[in-house]
Design a protein around this ligand. Structure first.
Ligand code: 5GP
Ligand code: MN
Ligand code: MN
Length: 325
């Protein structure tokens, strides 16, 4: 049960030291918030740790890091060590960790903390709550079980993860518990409106330029129940945008009246296409994403498929069409 898992996870942290903390490739607000939340929790327990992600942590999330905390970028930093104790946050499966897994000792013990229904329980200890809106919600519970005092820094990480994974407290995962935790954070001085402006409202020039370009690609199937956008490598380059600037674009097709499934196709180097799937609830997009080697949640999922943008659109739209029948 969840309370047993919480106790096992607390014991993992209490009895060990010198952790490697990892999250998924191309971290979102919950992945970043969870990584830094674990750092604050470990700090308050006097534990040593190293934070690492396969790529660069987007600058917009770095306000959650303490001045003493650096997040290592696996691509740029040669880290010669291997770690015996790993804490993985917001990763539904081992492959989401990316090449950072090369830093794990062969017999590494992994604490897997997550909230994806498709989580395959790859950890030695698994703390996975599919009903949680975000991984930071699970970390809030873990912090309580550990009996730590919640610092303002930790509260900011938790609030940020809740805010981003619920789309600003709007998605179906916005449970009473989410609101209770958020209220607790606000009561302790977290500036919710400032975080919302920073994380959800503000657009950089590359972002708005990318939105302008990608809206030209908006397409619907004949039933108008599936809508999609496509972003090519050229679009990314010409707008000066980076991958994390694509966050939220998938909501444009998804939010159109009558659309059941919104899709975003993002061309990647090396002949691959990253697909974001969003459902109004009629179809389980995690199931569709899984059939392409990805995963996620019923209403929000993702996968990476081989081929051109055109090929990816053809195969994924076809599967979504079949699921809608
Ligand atoms: P996004 O479309 O924002 O990248 O991801 C939506 C949801 O699907 C997130 O919860 C994310 O964790 C999950 N997801 C995205 N891409 C993948 C993937 O390649 N594999 C798995 N297992 N989950 C993914
Ligand atoms: Mn995530
Ligand atoms: Mn998450």
């Amino acid at each position: 049960s969840y309370s047993v898992q919480l106790n096992e996870a607390a014991q993992f942290i209490q009895t060990k030291d010198d952790f490697l903390v990892v999250s998924h490739i191309q971290p979102d607000g919950d992945a970043a918030g969870s990584t830094f939340a674990v750092a604050w929790i470990l700090s308050s327990l006097g534990k040593r740790f190293t934070l690492v992600n396969e790529g660069e942590m987007p600058k917009k999330y770095m306000y959650m890091a303490g001045s003493q905390q650096t997040i290592l970028n696996y691509d740029a930093d040669a880290i010669p060590l291997t770690y015996k104790y790993v804490i993985s946050v917001d990763c539904a499966d081992f492959s989401r960790i990316g090449r950072v897994n090369q830093l794990f000792a062969e017999d590494a013990a992994i604490l897997n903390i997550d909230h994806h229904a498709t989580n395959d329980l790859f950890g030695s200890v698994n703390l996975v709550l599919a009903e949680a809106a975000a991984t930071v919600e699970v970390l809030y519970d873990l912090g309580k079980v550990l009996g730590i005092s919640f610092s303002n820094e930790l509260n900011i990480c938790i609030y940020s993860g809740l805010l981003t994974d619920t789309g600003g407290f709007r998605y179906a995962n916005t449970s009473p518990k989410v609101m209770q935790i958020a209220a607790d954070m606000l009561q302790h001085g977290v500036k919710g409106h400032e975080l919302a402006e920073h994380l959800l409202e503000k657009l950089s020039y590359p972002q708005i330029s990318l939105i302008k370009r990608s809206l030209n690609t908006l397409t619907f199937d004949s039933s108008k129940r599936i809508g999609w956008l496509a972003v090519s490598l050229e679009d990314l380059q010409d707008s000066g945008a980076s991958n994390d600037d694509l966050d939220g674009l998938v909501n444009y097709p998804r939010n159109v009246e009558g659309v059941e499934v919104g899709l975003l196709f993002k061309e990647r180097a090396g002949g691959q296409v990253k697909v974001s799937l969003r459902s109004g609830g009629t179809v389980d997009v995690a199931h569709i994403a899984k059939s392409f080697g990805g995963g996620g949640h019923i209403r929000a999922a993702g996968c990476t498929v081989k081929g051109s943008l055109h090929e990816a659109i053809e195969s994924v739209v076809k599967e979504v069409g079949l699921a809608l029948e």
